[in-house]
Write a protein that binds this ligand. Structure first.
Ligand code: CP3
Length: 345
C-alpha cells in the first residue's frame, strides 16, 4: 500500500501539493493518434475494440508511450452500461453513438440488471491486464458515465442539442424517470466495484451533460445519484478515490463537492480559476481545465494558458488535465509540447 501511495496522482488526490502536478488528459487514447486508428481498424468496430482486452489494453497504453502521463484511463465507453443492460447500441461513422431510445417507465422492462457482467467481463479483464502492464508510477483510472449523462443517450437515442425527450420525461413523470436512474445507479456501482477489484486505483464519473439541468433538477438527477454511487463504492472500499466531473454547472459545483462525497473534482474550461483556487480547491483537490481547442491551436496561446493554470491552481492539490476530452483534430505534437511543459523536460 505504501508503494502505491507514492504514485504522484494518488498523492495529489490525498491532498498533497506537488512540486510538479501529475497530469493526464481526458480521452487521451483516441482518433488523434495514428496508432489508435490502426488498432481500431484491426478490431473492426468501436464496440469490438472496447470488448477486446488485448486491443483495449494496447490503445490505453499508446498515449503513455508517447507522453508519459501519470495516469492510464481504461479504454472503454460510458455507453457500455446501457449496452450491457440490453439496449441496442451502434457507433455510426460521423454520427457518434445511436441507441434504440427508451422514453417511458413502461419500457424499462427492456433493461436487465442481472446480466450486465456477461457483457462487461472483457472490460474487467482489460483492467486486470493494465494493472500488470502500466509503468510503476502510473495510476490506473477506471470510469463510468454518471447516471444522468448515460440516461441522456438512452432516452434521446443519440447526442442531443436540446434534451427535449429526457426533459419532457423528468418534468412530466419524475417517479418513472427515477426508476431508470435507480437501475443506472445500481449498475454503475456494480460495474465500478468490478473494475476496482480487477485493479483500478481511482474511478472517475463523467457527468458531461450535468450543465443542461436547472438548479433543483441538478440536485435530483446529478448530485443525488452521484452521492449514492460514492456511498455504494465506499461501503466496500472506504479509501477509494472518486473524481467527479459535473461539466457546465457553474457555482453549483460547490453543492456537488459538499454533498456527493467525491474525493476530487474536474473543472470545465469555463470555471474561473481564481474562484476555483479559493472556493473549490480549499475543499478538495481539483483537476483541469485547459480548453481542448487550445490543444488544437497549440503555440503561444496554449503555452500562456497552461502557465496561467499552473500558476493559479498549482498552489494547492492539483492534477493537470483538459476541461473536456481531446478532440480528433488535435495535432499529436501539441500534446508532446504540453507534456514537456508540465513535466519540465
Ligand atoms: O479517455 C480515454 O482515453 C478513455 C476512453 C473513453 C472513451 N469515451 C473512448 C471513446 C472515455 C473516458 C469516454 C467517455 C465518454 N464517452 C463520454 C464522457 C466524456 C466526454 O468526452 O464527454 C461520453 C459523453 C461518451 C459517449 C461517446 N462515445 C460519444 C458521444 C462518442 C462519439 C463522439 C466521438 O468522439 O467519436 C463516443 C465514441 C468514443 N468513445 C470514441 C472513443 C475513443 C471514438 C470512437 C471511434 O474510434 O470512432
Amino acid at each position: 500500500m505504501s508503494a502505491l501511495k507514492n504514485k504522484p496522482l494518488l498523492k495529489s488526490l490525498s491532498g498533497e501539493k506537488m512540486e510538479r502536478p501529475p497530469f493526464w488528459l481526458m480521452r487521451q487514447a483516441g482518433r488523434y493518434l495514428p496508432e489508435y486508428r490502426e488498432t481500431r481498424a484491426k478490431a473492426g468496430n468501436f464496440l469490438d475494440l472496447c470488448y477486446n482486452p488485448e486491443l483495449a489494453e494496447e490503445v490505453t497504453l499508446q498515449p503513455l508511450r508517447r507522453y508519459g502521463m501519470d495516469a492510464a484511463i481504461l479504454f472503454a465507453d460510458i455507453l457500455l452500461i446501457p449496452h450491457a443492460l440490453g439496449q441496442p447500441l451502434a457507433y455510426k461513422e460521423g454520427e457518434g453513438p445511436v441507441l434504440d431510445p427508451i422514453r417511458a417507465a413502461t419500457e424499462l422492462g427492456r433493461l436487465d440488471l442481472s446480466v450486465i457482467h456477461k457483457t462487461l467481463d472483457p472490460v474487467y479483464e482489460t483492467v486486470a491486464r493494465l494493472s500488470q502492464s502500466i509503468p510503476k508510477d502510473c495510476t490506473l483510472i477506471g470510469f463510468a458515465g454518471a447516471p444522468w449523462t448515460v440516461a441522456t443517450y438512452m432516452v434521446e437515442g443519440r447526442g442531443s442539442k436540446d434534451y427535449a425527450n429526457i426533459k419532457q420525461w423528468i418534468y412530466s413523470d419524475p417517479a418513472g424517470f427515477s426508476a431508470l436512474i435507480d437501475i443506472l445507479v445500481e449498475a454503475t456501482i456494480e460495474y465500478l466495484l468490478k473494475q476496482v477489484e480487477a485493479g483500478a486505483e481511482v474511478v472517475q464519473l463523467f457527468d458531461t451533460w450535468a450543465g443542461v439541468l436547472p438548479d433543483d433538477e441538478f440536485r435530483k438527477w446529478s448530485i443525488e445519484p452521484t452521492r449514492r454511487i460514492v456511498e455504494g463504492l465506499r461501503a466496500k472500499h472506504p479509501d477509494l478515490p472518486v473524481i467527479g466531473f459535473p461539466k457546465g454547472v457553474g457555482g453549483n459545483i460547490m453543492a456537488f463537492v459538499k454533498e456527493t462525497g467525491v474525493t476530487a473534482v474536474s473543472l470545465d474550461p469555463g470555471t474561473p480559476l481564481d474562484w476555483a483556487a479559493q472556493e473549490v480547491q480549499s475543499l478538495v483537490p481539483v483537476q483541469g481545465n485547459l480548453d481542448p481547442m487550445l490543444l488544437v491551436t497549440g503555440g503561444v496561446a496554449m503555452e500562456k494558458r497552461i502557465a496561467t493554470i499552473l500558476e493559479t491552481l498549482g498552489k494547492g492539490p492539483f492534477i493537470f488535465n483538459l476541461g473536456h476530452g481531446i478532440v480528433p483534430q488535435t495535432p499529436p505534437e501539441n500534446v508532446a509540447r504540453l507534456s514537456e511543459l508540465i513535466r519540465g523536460k
